[in-house]
Design a protein around this ligand. Sequence first.
Ligand SMILES: [Zn+2]
Length: 408
Amino acid sequence: MPRKKTIKKKTPNKKPAPIPSGPVRPAVDWSSLLRDFESRQPEIVETIRQLVEIESPSDNKSAVDRLGSMLAGRFEKLGGHAMFHRVPNFGDHLQVDFAGKRDAKPVLLLGHLDTVYPLGTLSTMRCRIADGKLWGPGAFDMKSGIAFVLHAIEALRARHEDKLPRPVTVLLVSDEEVGSDSSRRITESVARRCQAVLVVEPAYGAKGAVKTARKGVGEYTIKVTGKAAHSGLDFEKGESAIVELAQQVEQIAKLTNLKRRLTLNVGTVQGGTRTNVVPAEAWATLDVRIAHLKDGKEVDRKLRGLRPFNRKCKLEIRGGINRAPMERTPAVAGLYQKAADIAHQLGWKLEEAAVGGGSDGNLTAALGIPTLDGLGAVGEGAHTANESVVISELPRRAALLAALIEGL
Ligand SMILES: [Zn+2]
């Protein structure tokens, strides 16, 4: 029987207030929710298997679109309104809106459709169940997270007469693994309308910590142009781009500051044509990770300020910081506290972690919207042949997501 309606407790704040810490509202018996998900475990496993078996490499639009349409169909069956943000070069980004019983801003469930594995990987890296784990390309990052979203919505509807307790928006983008260039603005504009963002990226470590801080990421290319010459006939007329680049690389390496969790990694170098030619061109690409926004600005300034050691060589620096760090703001900490309270009621201690990798959670956190990342599966081997998720952990992770949707 529906509970008696109570008089409005509070007038809502005009500003999007940070999530207050304290006990979760309303007081719900989360343990029955956990039991519910425990009985759904085989279905969750089956959903993950189905999603893994639709390969979806970021660079293959039709493959990603196939997964997107399958999911749109499933979300519509759950009462959602699905629509695609069309993009020419990547898969279309899938947005699904659900109305809720309670009048509130939606919670955004954020994830991505794409994986890093080229089409055909399944033939050598089969989706299989062994040793209590489900293995396969993208199982951990992050098809299990998508499965949680489906099953959390399904379970909440079953508890609330085929409705959701509050409005929910699901956004699954197609290009997260390659920097989110085509989805970034969409993610930001959708997130701005939401109360909080729950990111279903993989959890961290064997204990499945959620991520309350992520480093920001930047990418740069540094290109040196020197002057070619025959190394035997007129060596002294040449200006070696490789010698110049080597000196620059050393300068760049000095910008790393481990105490501030600021790193610069020159990941690739290329240059020259053959051994008997003084090289006229050389370049390097680098990955920059920042824990603090202002370090990003500082590093950017220093990289652009690099000057050639050999005045006859020319330097060109391209790139920039493309994802700001997700910092552990009070709003993020408040959201973590809510999740930890729920996990406690479900019988486990939910830890938090600060990690080096960036995700789309960085984008939404940078807008000041309370964001909690790492709500996906517990597992290991993201982006490797060992990618897998722990099956026994699936029910409580899905229950945590459902309880957060309801309890925020
Ligand atoms: Zn991911």
